[in-house]
Design a protein around this ligand. Structure first.
Ligand code: NAD
Length: 417
């Protein structure tokens, strides 16, 4: 299996070929503009603990670099470079005036107290200061980071930036600290909106249709809650604590209550959980279940070729970034399974981050319903324009999404570079 960044570069090369784009443009867009590596020392309990921090600024032709910060022990240059490149594509695909960036810290956040996490987040933000800014590079939450972490980081940035207060330097903040209504659910809800649009175009009634979700954090749970509101039934779900399957359907609030007391899905099986037929399964069994829609919403490279061979569904919607390996993608195409790719399916998050940034810059607060209405209609429009493009080029929705994004960037390259 090739590294994840190489795999994104191959996605770009393939789309450049389909869209017959300028080979000089291709050379620019294949590489990040800046790769910044930090050592982040933090004093805790009178001892220095050293963390490794990353910020990759992939491209800023459309606007400031934009992309999340991940707190996870496996964060590395290859992964962050891939995620930054996908951000450039995602923003161009949604016609948002942003480029792409991504960052992270090698840390297992669960191992630290809240006070320690604040110290670590502030130390990282202080080091990021000279490289970011509301018109330069705007980080946001990702795996392992929260609105509370964005609030600390925004405060620390402004403590160190005496020239002017910039509330829009981070997005995904809490509502009290300048966050937007609707941002918390934006990514998951956007995922569900693409399912709704797919069903509308294919004349499918979603009532009673089944779905499974891998990853029940921010993206997975809001996608599931929105699909449930369409009358769909969640028959399996998994997180880092394990997976459960119940063919008659799992009530989402029941499992969320379990997670809030137990920390993960672990233990939500057997007679004590109230679902007598709830069984514990492993990841391979999860991906082999028959369902109408599968939503990977955890980490990269979860749908491997072995799992793709066994997948039995109509639609896969990529809530996570890069959940499907290139080899698996080829198999899914041969099997005729439609994949709504990550850069389209999970773009609701950056869309509402953009709305948060606009509100911060204009000192305004938008009503929640206005934000959600804008999100829903942009997700539907984006699905349709890519569906049409995929028919025009006779290619997959992933290929069409890359062609659309790259053509927007190529226009700037051809006129200005
Ligand atoms: P999160 O930290 O809130 O949740 C991650 C979930 O995945 C948790 O339930 C965790 O237990 C689970 N998980 C971790 N390792 C797992 C494993 N090996 N097997 C099964 N489950 C596992 O993160 P999130 O914000 O929901 O992000 C999930 C994915 O969506 C990531 O790929 C992220 O880059 C992407 N994404 C997030 C946003 C956003 O706004 N949060 C936007 C776009 C894309």
């Amino acid at each position: 299996m090739v590294g994840i960044f190489k795999s994104v570069q191959n996605q770009i090369r393939n789309a450049v070929k389909i869209g017959k784009m300028n080979p000089n443009f291709e050379k620019h867009i294949l590489q990040p503009k800046n790769k910044i590596l930090f050592s982040v020392p933090v004093i805790m309990n009178n001892k220095v603990e050293m963390f490794e921090g990353y910020r990759i600024q992939h491209n800023n032709w459309l606007g400031p670099y934009k992309g999340g910060l991940r707190f996870h022990p496996d964060v590395n240059m290859d992964e962050v470079s891939a995620l930054a490149t996908w951000m450039t594509m995602k923003c161009a695909l949604q016609d948002i005036p942003y480029g792409g960036g991504k960052g992270g810290l090698t840390i297992k956040p669960q191992d630290y107290t809240e006070k320690e996490l604040e110290l670590i987040s502030r130390a990282f933000s202080k080091q990021l200061c000279e490289f970011i800014g509301e018109d330069k590079d705007i980080p946001a939450p990702d795996v392992g980071t929260t609105s509370q972490i964005m609030d600390w980081m925004t405060d620390e940035y402004n403590n160190n930036n005496k020239l002017k207060r910039e509330q829009g330097v981070f997005t995904g903040k809490s509502i009290d600290c300048g966050g937007s209504e609707g941002r918390e659910e934006a990514t998951g809800r956007g995922v569900a909106m693409t399912v709704k649009e797919w069903a509308k175009q294919e004349n499918i009634d979603l009532k009673g249709k089944t779905f499974t979700v891998q990853g029940f954090g921010n993206v997975g749970r809001f996608a599931a809650l929105t699909l449930e509101s369409f009358g769909m039934k969640m028959i399996a779900v998994g997180d880092s604590g394990g997976y459960v399957h119940h063919e008659e359907g799992i009530d989402i609030n029941d499992i969320l209550n379990h997670i809030s007391t137990e920390g993960s899905i672990k233990g939500f099986w057997g007679p004590t959980c109230g679902y007598a037929k709830c069984e514990s399964i492993n990841t391979d069994e999860f991906y082999a279940l028959k369902a109408d829609v599968i939503i990977p919403a955890a980490l990269e490279s979860q749908i491997t070729s072995e799992r793709a061979e066994k997948i039995d569904c109509q639609l896969i919607v990529e809530g996570a970034n890069g959940p499907t390996t290139h080899e698996a993608d080829v198999i899914l195409k041969e099997k005729g399974i439609r994949v709504i790719p990550d850069i389209l399916a999970n773009s609701g998050g950056v869309l509402v981050s953009y709305y948060e940034w606009l509100q911060n810059k204009q000192s305004m607060k938008w009503e929640k319903q206005d934000v959600l209405d804008k999100l829903d209609s942009k997700m539907g429009d984006c699905y349709n324009k890519i569906d049409e493009l995929s028919k025009k080029y006779n290619c997959t929705m992933r290929e069409a999404s890359f062609v659309y994004a790259l053509q927007a960037l190529e226009k700037i390259y051809n006129k200005t570079k």
